[in-house]
Design a protein around this ligand. Structure first.
Ligand code: URP
Ligand code: ZN
Ligand code: ZN
Length: 465
């Protein structure tokens, strides 16, 4: 039964681009072609682009930072709504294993937090903080229950997993069709550089960046790749900030190792001038880990998304209010919660700075922000494609309409945007989730809790992009 027709738009997928209609029925893609008809509703997409909905595999909604006694500013309702305004139709967030906690218990607790709230479809990676015989036994069950990806922090206080435990976990993932998603920074170096700054009275927010320079990230990335090779496990490197880091992935991929990498808009659109001490404490708005890099690294990073060295662009949406959350780190930069908001601005920023500026093709844009995330994390082709039978998750954008970014007009609860004042194009005029219009012309019509958990499949290292 066909009930919705998107007519006359330019359909852009990871493989092709051309004028086409899209017929939707029962929440699924029924047909893509020219001259299609329906008795149902017709959406006129003339002059607009019709694409698979955005997939953001790196969000931190309602995410606790126990050390600082704070949670991210967006809960699952507000955060997924902000995502829908920005053309996101699926997120993969995180469930956090408390020390000593069962991974399955952490999964069930997190499902209870997301299910009543999310307006779009969702899954999560399991953050493993405690590698022990019980958590290792649970890996296979988690994969089979549709959660095949596992986040590991190589630094970050009590979330850190050491090399020995990482190796044990990687072996278990390799044996069970799981994928490690790694935050790579050398913990000893970060700890040492922080202590050095603090002992010298260098406590302002700009010192966050100088305590986490590129080699700190590059070393850990290389170590993760080597350990993955030892274990025979596929891995995904989170938030790669620079070409220097990406070169380690390049070498591994050239050897045939199943390694994929992600970067984020903040590492492509901003540069380390945001850490100019003349910015005073407002520099804290840009405190994230790893930090934003120098302009020459940023330019070189673009080449890695152009030439296929990195495979996906996620937001790492970790929104903390400037007032009363970031400002808690006045007098000690280690007490500034790390992270930037970005779930709503990811697609427009990448469309503007990537496609409009001629750095990536429209199809590569879709591949980086939707299709590859689905392929890497076990959702393709049901998500991230417009293939017949796929979920009808569709975003329609106006490639010409320009918007000036302003925190007051965005939908995250957070009180600032790192992109204030930038002019971008490509905001959605419509977002559809499983054939249902959830945002139309800047108005959300999405019911709280309508999102569904995505049943993800085992990761086949051979099918990674
Ligand atoms: O600074 C960041 N990115 N915070 C979020 C947590 C993480 O590192 O993924
Ligand atoms: Zn991280
Ligand atoms: Zn993150």
């Amino acid at each position: 039964m066909a009930d919705l027709l998107i007519r006359g738009g330019t359909v852009v997928t990871a493989d092709s681009m051309g004028l086409s209609d899209v017929l939707i029925g029962g929440g699924k893609i029924v047909q893509v072609g020219n001259g299609l008809e329906t008795d149902g509703t017709v959406i006129d997409a003339t002059g607009q682009w019709v694409m698979p909905g955005g997939i953001d595999t790196h969000t931190h909604l309602d995410h606790p930072i126990e050390r600082l006694g704070v949670r991210t500013a967006d809960d699952f309702y507000v955060g997924t709504l902000a995502g829908a305004y920005g053309g996101v139709t699926t997120i993969i967030d995180f469930s956090l294993q408390a020390r000593g906690e069962s991974l399955l218990k952490a999964r069930d607790r997190r499902l209870g937090e997301i299910q009543p709230n999310s307006v779009i479809d969702y899954s999560f990676h399991t953050i493993v903080t405690d590698v022990n015989p019980e958590s290792i036994r649970e890996v296979g069950t988690l994969v089979e229950s549709g959660f095949p990806s596992f986040k590991v922090y190589m630094t970050y206080g009590d979330k850190k997993v050491g090399d020995g435990d990482l190796l044990i976990l990687l072996e278990e993932l390799a044996a069970n069709g799981g994928l490690a998603y790694l935050h790579c920074e050398n913990d000893c170096a970060v700890t040492h550089l922080i202590e050095k700054h603090i002992s010298r009275g260098e406590t302002g927010p700009a010192f966050h960046a100088s305590s986490r320079p590129v080699p700190v990230e590059a070393e850990a990335t290389n170590r993760a790749i080597m350990l993955a090779e030892v274990a025979g496990a596929p891995i995904c490197i989170a938030h790669v900030t620079s070409k220097t880091v990406a070169e380690h992935l390049e070498k591994a991929r050239n050897r045939g190792q199943p390694v994929v990498g992600e970067t984020c808009p903040q590492y492509l659109v901003l540069n380390d001038s945001v850490y100019d001490p003349d910015g005073g404490f407002e520099v804290a708005k840009f405190v994230c880990s790893p930090p934003i890099r120098a302009a020459d690294q940023v330019e070189a990073l673009w080449s890695t998304v152009e030439d296929g060295l990195l495979q996906q662009i996620s937001s790492d949406h970790a929104p903390f209010h400037y007032q009363d959350q970031k400002t808690e780190g006045r007098g000690n930069f280690t007490r500034i919660p790390n992270g930037l908001p970005g779930i709503e601005t990811r697609l427009p920023l990448m469309f503007t700075y990537g496609v409009k500026e001629g750095r990536i093709s429209p199809s590569r844009f879709v591949e980086l922000t939707s299709t590859n995330p689905a392929r890497i994390f076990g959702m393709y082709p049901n998500k991230g494609s417009l293939e017949v039978g796929a979920d009808a998750d569709v975003v329609i954008i106006d490639p010409e309409k320009q918007v000036e970014l302003d925190a007051g007009c965005l939908h995250s609860a957070v009180d600032y945007t790192p992109y204030q004042g930038l002019k971008v194009s490509g905001f959605p005029t419509m977002t559809l989730s499983r054939g249902e219009v959830i945002v139309q012309n800047g108005e959300a019509v999405a019911a709280k809790g309508r999102g569904r958990v995505v049943q993800r499949h085992r990761i086949d290292p051979g099918s990674l992009p």
